[in-house]
Design a protein around this ligand. Structure first.
Ligand SMILES: O=C(O)CCC(=O)C(=O)O
Ligand SMILES: [Fe+2]
Length: 275
């Protein structure tokens, strides 16, 4: 097994491993690489839906996403699909999955099933690098602060997706969500300090109005979006990416209009987060 960086501060490519067989010490090494680097790309994987589920079960618990369509045969697998006639994609802005849950999902295992002829890459950003890059006064300012996260403005019946041609494909329009987490968390395994706010779901600092929270959140988002913290996954048939929602943000590029793209996602259970 070989682990090589995808970019200076974010992501690794792992070779010499077939996830369908990975267990024991191999699985543990894959896990640690993802916790530390935010995302791992593995190419040339032969992974049926059943093997995808079995690998996720070896990792730990599976969370069922409340919004994405599920496959009929395998409710554990969410379908991240854009049809060739759709304009809007899923995840087309910087975000951290499930931060609106009080016990947020650890991460996801995304398997490429249908790819456009070009484009459709996924960008990742490392939130440890983002935190480290903050000036000392900003680090001091966020110490002890918590932020409120919700998905209602994204997925509710009057939310962002409902106004688009993706709205009809999503579930959970009647749900309400909300959670508070420290603005800077400590990774539950590596112990590294990480920025844990994101532009999609973080709407205010606790005890501040949304409007009063904007200047601080915008400063943090701008620092986190620095390309120096980023890496890019260019998908091929057989590519699988596994990411850690605590260590990383991600962004699904929507640059393949007129073509279909379909990914299978299993969401891995996580744990409560602390500063
Ligand atoms: O389609 C992708 O590359 C990622 C979409 C996304 O944000 C997700 O599956 O959580
Ligand atoms: Fe996502």
């Amino acid at each position: 097994m070989q682990i090589t960086p995808l970019a200076p501060s974010c992501g690794v490519e792992i070779t010499g491993v077939q996830l369908a067989d990975a267990a024991g010490a191999t699985l543990e090494a894959v896990r640690q690489a993802i916790y530390a680097h935010g995302v791992a790309l593995l190419r040339g994987q032969v992974l049926s839906p059943e093997e995808h589920i079995a690998f996720a079960q070896r990792w730990g618990g599976i969370d069922i996403n409340d919004y994405f369509p599920l496959t009929e045969e395998h409710p554990e697998i969410a379908v991240v699909r854009k049809r060739e006639d759709q304009q809007t994609n899923i995840g087309g802005g910087w975000h951290t999955d499930h931060s609106y849950d009080q016990v947020p999902a650890m991460g996801s295992i995304l398997v490429a099933r249908v790819l456009p002829p070009a484009g459709g890459d996924t960008l990742f950003a490392h939130m440890g690098a983002a935190y480290d890059s903050l000036p000392d006064d900003l680090k001091a300012e966020i110490e002890g602060l918590e932020a409120f996260h919700t998905a209602d403005h994204i997925y509710a019946s009057d939310g962002v997706y409902a106004q688009t041609d993706m709205g009809g494909d999503l579930r959970g329009q009647g749900m309400t969500t909300g959670a508070t987490h420290p603005v800077a968390i400590r990774h539950p395994v590596t112990g590294r300090r990480l920025l844990y706010v994101n532009p999609a779901f973080t709407v205010n600092i606790v005890w501040r109005s949304r409007a009063d929270s904007r200047p601080l959140l915008d400063r943090l988002f701008a620092a986190a979006m620095d390309p120096a913290h980023q890496c890019r996954v260019a998908w091929e048939p057989g590519s699988v990416a596994i990411w850690d929602n605590r260590t990383s943000w991600h962004y699904a590029m929507n640059d393949y209009q007129g073509h279909a793209r379909e990914m299978h996602r299993i969401t891995l259970s996580g744990e409560a987060l602390a500063a």
